[in-house]
Structure formats: C-alpha cells, structure tokens
Design a protein around this ligand. Structure first.
Ligand code: SF4
Length: 123
C-alpha cells in the first residue's frame, strides 16, 4: 500500500509543490527543482524539522527582548521542549548576532543563537 503527501517546499521563496510517495518504506519525491527540495520532502515524511524562533529577556540593552532562533531546524516533536528551555533565560548586552545563547538546547544537538546585535546601553 502506498501513501502520497503533498508539501510546499519552504527551503527557499520559490515554494515548489512537492509530491512525496511512500511505498513499502521507500520514499520518492517529485516536483522539486533542486536537491534541497528533495531532501526536504524526504525529511517531511521521515523526521519533520523546523527552525524555532523566539525572544529572551536582555538586560542593559535598548530593547527588553532579544530575538533568538535555533541555528538549525530541530525535530517537530522537540519544539515545545525548545520553547520551554527558553523560558526564564536572561542575557546581558552586548550581544553579537550569531552568538550562542543556549548550547545543545533540549538535547537536540542544536544551539540557540542571537538573531541580531544588541549594544550595551548605560542606564
Ligand atoms: S525545491 Fe529547491 S527551488 Fe524549489 S522551493 Fe525547494 S529549495 Fe527552492
């Protein structure tokens, strides 16, 4: 018995429509225009992943919250764990874009990083 899934590839703005077929454990992907899309289609049926974005509290900065995100996509079933790990995190300015805020968040093997620079502001 085979199953067919349809996804919109989100790896680039082109948004190719993917058709993913699973038959006896074998996965085939149609509709991609590059290998990133083929990989995305395979992952969506085997182990779907997403980048998680959020904010954490920051002290001594112009704004009270620092935008952060996972450096790589994490498995969908770990998203809640990642969000919970970010609760109560407080960092101090200055922070540089790409700076690691949490290493190996929720045991995913992926770091949470700062999305932007945040200068130190004297108060
Ligand atoms: S298949 Fe390739 S070209 Fe198409 S949306 Fe995905 S990444 Fe972009």
């Amino acid at each position: 018995m085979s199953e067919v899934y349809e996804f919109l590839c989100i790896r680039c703005p082109k948004g190719c429509r993917l058709k993913v077929m699973v038959e006896e454990g074998r996965v085939t992907v149609d509709g991609y225009e590059c290998l990133e899309g083929k990989k995305y289609g395979e992952e969506e049926v085997k182990n779907p992943k997403r980048i998680v974005t959020s904010t954490v509290r920051i002290l001594n900065a112009k704004y009270p919250r620092l935008p952060v995100r996972t450096a790589e996509p994490v498995p969908k079933d770990k998203i809640l764990d990642v969000i919970n790990a970010l609760k109560g995190v407080v960092v101090k300015a200055p922070v540089k874009r790409g700076q690691v805020i949490i290493e190996n968040v929720a045991e995913t093997g992926v770091d949470v990083i700062a999305e932007r620079d945040m200068e130190c502001v004297e108060k």
